[in-house]
Design a protein around this ligand. Structure first.
Ligand code: TYD
Length: 225
């Protein structure tokens, strides 16, 4: 595998998708072969699963069903899109990956990070990003940004309570501490330009400095608390 696998995480309204778009242009201009993709989705089957999960009419969806569907979408997306791009030596920028499931389903839904990790371990079969950029923001500010940005669809998870989104943030912060080597925290409450320059610096340092493009999972199930 010659490519680079980077994921981007954050609560709603952190500006993650905007940052990925800007980063894509920046890297392309410098000659990198970049592929941007997103979860849940990215390929036909995963997009179909996405429509199922995020449909706000399905209020009866059980938490474990939700977690299994995210893991299933992840598996298909990984195999069809991410792995071939890494094999072709491309830089993969993935909008959300396994940490979303750990933070949203594991922590915020209360399913347990160990349990959610187990089903994801089965789904991803050793493929993990070498770098995860986590855009940290107070959910209240993030949700306010979404309300102002009317072009973005409101999905089933946006309709959760503020305390759910607070838990998502707490989950991400715990993950960032636990995986400090992989997860870089960026304060997304600052002006866009500042957030972008820090994002660029972080990504470039990994592109230039690291020969290890992706690594096998080395998570220790006993370390989640
Ligand atoms: P999306 O519209 O892509 O939101 P965003 O722009 O914030 O990424 O919707 C994805 C939603 O799914 C978002 O609320 C986070 C949630 N999610 C999970 O709960 N678990 C997961 O594993 C993933 C990938 C996403």
């Amino acid at each position: 595998m010659n490519g680079y696998f980077f994921s981007f995480e954050g609560p709603e309204g952190a500006g993650k998708t905007t940052m990925i778009g800007k980063l894509e242009s920046f890297l392309r201009e410098r000659g990198f072969d970049v592929m941007v993709t997103r979860e849940p989705g990215g390929v036909r089957i995963a997009e179909a699963i996405r429509a199922l999960i995020l449909n706000h009419e399905y209020t009866e969806m059980d938490g474990r069903t939700e977690a299994l569907l995210y893991a299933a979408a992840r598996r298909q997306h990984l195999l069809e899109k991410i792995v071939p791009a890494l094999e072709a030596g491309r830089v993969v920028l993935c909008d959300r990956f396994v940490d979303s499931s750990l933070a949203y389903q594991g922590f915020a839904r209360g399913l347990g990070v160990e349990e959610v990790w187990k089903i994801n371990e089965f789904a991803i079969d050793g493929y993990m990003p070498s770098l995860t950029v986590y855009f940290d923001i107070d959910p209240q500010i993030g949700l306010e940004r979404i309300r102002q940005n009317r072009e973005r669809e409101v999905n089933r998870l946006d309709l959760e309570t503020l305390s759910f989104h607070d838990k998502v943030r707490e989950g991400y912060r715990k993950l960032a501490k636990r995986f400090a080597e992989r997860i870089v925290v960026i304060d997304a409450s600052r002006p866009l330009d500042d957030v972008f320059s820090e994002t660029v610096a972080t990504v470039l340092s990994r592109l230039e400095g690291s020969k290890r493009h992706f690594h096998e999972s080395n998570r220790d199930d006993s370390c989640w608390t």
